[in-house]
Design a protein around this ligand. Structure first.
Ligand code: HEC
Ligand code: HEC
Ligand code: HEC
Ligand code: HEC
Ligand code: HEC
Ligand code: HEC
Ligand code: HEC
Ligand code: HEC
Length: 475
């Protein structure tokens, strides 16, 4: 959304000195700013970096200015309120909250704190601290997606719009998202790159009109969708419209990252906060006007987007270039893949893990046993690859070889044999009967075991074996 010059002013005269000096001291930064939209519009250094004496992030600079080094979403929101509000209420702005729990234990304790600081928080965001009047170098530089800033705001707009160009064109490209959404554990970029969409983007990059102010799928560009197109981009077709959104999760219906995938409704509260609400969870999805308790506060539900409504949004994106039936068929295939993963592998696996912990065969401590690593990589690496591979969109490599093939291989050749070792034969049989046997598609495994068991019980007589050998020899 364009900035309304009647509502905010810029062009602080104080910046004359900033510019004069920084042009020589840090020319790269200066020229980037000048070439970018802010430089061109006259939004200058002090408009963004200004601070009041006493602000938690204020430092005294060159003995004459109170400045903040970090320009936070709150600062950007002075002019870009719309984008800042959407971002603040999105799942992106909550990514730091996950830095406790299972994976935090993996990072912090199992591996070590220094690795968290240069690993996890680069993507998820650090908690910025001041030390002796300076930004604590253990916590900054950092532009993680949910950085906790000194002014209490969350996130970093330069996670995607890098300083000092803050360019839309750059943010629209898949590599921007791929800085965090790539690699074995969240291979969205790789899935995209190996899909037809990614192939078409690479082949037609210069036709994508990336610099355009208006960027409507199917109108301002047609050759391929990027991550931005599907998760944030503007759509305007006969069947409906979508505005640009800085809530990247709005158009999703599945959680594809957990051990077991769940479908989510989106609950929007009166104060703007948003929450993913499991459709088949313990609590029913609330309705508009209902009141919900959260952290000691009562929130009123303003709007509910159920799974269908969220899908309709994503489907509108597809319909800029495809037919509605094409998009629906894609979702049918996505659902079938996710349900196969869930029902045949993830739910049985999770139930077995839980039971082994409850029965004391595994310690309560995470990651001190081989089986826990095997299970973690099964869902976190292979399971995510499979689900992301299809969703982003139809990458055969990530859906099958990096995905379901690995899920199957790990389940039968590593997970179950290790469960047997941990549980002992008797409990193992019990667990199989209880959690695996009735899962759809597992018959083949039990059939094979039945045959093997009967062979083991009654080994073929020598004569029979000789006959068999002769038989194969003749073929
Ligand atoms: C996840 C990456 C990402 C983050 C984080 C992000 N943006 Fe954006 N932003 C984009 C993309 C991509 C576009 C271009 C969208 C389009 O035109 O399709 C954009 C566009 C914009 C625009 C141009 C809007 C217009 O209509 O011309 C503004 C202003 C903006 N962002 C401000 C912000 C602010 C402020 C923040 C922090 C609160 C922020 N962005 C955080 C990716 C991001
Ligand atoms: C007399 C030259 C000069 C002026 C005037 C000046 N700066 Fe700087 N600034 C520097 C230099 C040199 C650095 C590199 C770090 C250092 O040694 O202070 C710097 C660092 C910074 C930093 C990073 C802070 C840090 O500690 O690394 C910011 C942000 C900044 N300047 C913004 C501004 C703004 C905004 C203004 C105007 C209000 C301004 N500067 C005016 C020379 C100047
Ligand atoms: C649109 C807002 C905006 C404008 C205008 C702006 N900055 Fe920045 N600046 C930022 C943001 C955002 C960061 C990144 C802070 C972070 O998250 O660590 C930054 C970081 C910096 C840094 C520290 C980073 C580094 O690489 O050393 C310096 C120095 C700096 N700005 C100087 C300037 C100067 C000088 C100008 C004017 C020529 C200027 N800025 C204009 C937003 C702005
Ligand atoms: C003092 C007001 C002001 C502040 C503060 C400000 N901007 Fe802007 N921003 C503008 C204006 C003016 C424009 C250009 C014209 C327009 O889009 O309305 C602009 C344009 C943009 C664009 C579009 C760039 C493009 O390629 O067209 C992005 C993205 C953006 N700002 C992000 C940010 C971010 C991120 C911050 C904080 C680090 C920030 N802005 C801080 C006023 C501001
Ligand atoms: C390369 C960037 C990157 C690094 C490094 C990284 N993560 Fe993540 N993490 C992500 C992304 C991106 C997602 C979302 C993936 C998805 O939706 O498939 C994510 C998802 C998660 C989730 C799931 C959150 C949810 O809502 O279900 C947790 C928990 C998590 N990360 C913790 C960690 C911890 C702890 C570390 C370090 C030990 C870490 N991550 C390292 C990028 C990263
Ligand atoms: C600086 C790192 C970073 C960048 C850059 C980034 N993301 Fe993310 N993203 C994350 C992390 C971390 C999560 C997981 C948050 C969580 O689960 O708590 C996430 C989650 C998501 C989700 C799931 C949201 C939900 O509500 O479940 C989507 C979709 C997404 N990102 C899309 C994008 C797109 C599109 C871009 C580029 C325009 C992008 N991201 C850029 C780190 C990043
Ligand atoms: C053609 C459209 C399209 C493109 C392009 C696309 N995605 Fe997606 N993405 C989807 C769909 C569809 C889903 C699943 C929707 C649902 O849950 O209903 C999804 C889901 C996601 C998720 C959620 C995963 C989770 O953990 O639940 C993330 C993160 C994500 N995409 C990031 C990206 C990134 C990063 C890119 C670019 C490298 C990208 N997407 C490109 C359509 C797309
Ligand atoms: C900007 C236009 C555009 C958008 C938006 C778009 N696509 Fe595509 N898509 C294409 C083009 C072009 C192709 C290649 C067609 C061909 O095979 O000749 C393609 C190919 C595909 C394929 C690969 C089929 C195959 O041959 O393997 C799938 C699946 C797909 N799209 C699904 C989707 C879904 C689902 C959405 C919405 C979430 C979507 N697309 C959004 C342009 C788009």
């Amino acid at each position: 959304m364009k900035v309304d010059p009647d509502k905010v002013s810029w062009g602080s005269p104080k910046a004359k000195r900033c510019k004069g000096c920084h042009r020589h001291e840090t020319p790269g930064l200066y020229y980037e700013w000048r070439q970018g939209a802010h430089g061109k519009a006259g939004v200058n250094c002090y408009d963004c970096h200004r601070a009041e004496k006493g602000d938690p992030d204020a430092i005294r600079h060159k003995k004459s200015f109170d400045i903040a080094i970090i320009v936070t979403p709150k600062d950007c929101g002075r002019c870009h309120e719309h984008e800042a509000n959407q971002f603040r209420n999105s799942h992106h702005a909550r990514a730091v909250a996950i830095l406790d729990g299972l994976e935090n234990h993996l990072g912090k304790v199992v591996v070590g704190e220094a690795a968290v600081n240069s690993g996890c928080v680069v993507c998820h965001g650090s908690t910025v601290k001041m030390k002796d009047g300076k930004l604590d170098p253990a916590t900054w530089p950092n532009t993680g997606i949910a950085r906790v800033n000194l002014d209490g705001s969350i996130g970093s707009c330069s996670a995607c719009h890098t300083r000092h160009r803050f360019s839309k064109a750059q943010a629209r490209q898949p590599v921007t998202c791929g800085r965090c959404h790539s690699g074995d554990h969240q291979p969205q970029l790789e899935s995209y790159n190996s899909s037809k969409h990614g192939m078409l983007f690479a082949a037609n990059r210069e036709k994508m009109n990336l610099e355009s102010d208006r960027w409507i799928a199917g109108k301002d560009y047609y050759d391929a969708p990027t991550c931005t197109t599907c998760h944030m981009g503007e759509v305007d077709i006969a069947s409906g419209r979508l505005e640009v959104t800085h809530d990247v999760g709005e158009r999703l219906s599945w959680n594809l990252r957990g051990e077991v995938s769940e479908k989510y409704a989106l609950v929007v509260y009166e104060n703007g906060a948003r929450e993913n609400w499991p459709e088949d969870g313990e609590e029913d999805v609330p309705e508009e006007g209902d009141e919900v308790e959260r952290n000691g506060k009562t929130l009123t539900v303003e709007q509910v987007l159920d799974v269908e409504a969220r899908r309709e949004k994503m489907t509108l994106v597809c319909m800029s270039c495809h037919s509605e039936k094409w998009a629906q068929a894609f979702y049918t295939q996505l659902d079938r893949l996710v349900e196969l993963y869930n029902d045949k592998f993830a739910k049985p696996g999770l139930a077995i893990m839980n039971e082994l912990k409850e029965s004391g065969r595994l310690t309560r401590q995470d990651f001190d046993e081989r089986l826990e690593w095997i299970w973690y990589e099964l869902w976190r690496k292979a399971g995510r690859s499979a689900r992301s591979g299809w969703a982003m969109t139809a990458s055969a490599e990530y859906t099958w070889w990096q995905g379901m093939y690995e899920v199957g291989k790990r389940f039968y050749s590593r997970f179950l044999p290790e469960v047997k070792k941990v549980a002992g034969n008797e409990l193992y049989q019990e667990l199989l009967d209880k959690h695996v046997k009735d899962a759809e598609g597992q018959e083949w495994f039990f059939e094979a075991r039945k045959i093997l068991a009967s062979l083991n019980k009654a080994p073929p007589k020598k004569n029979d074996a000789q006959k068999q050998q002769q038989g194969t020899g003749q073929q």
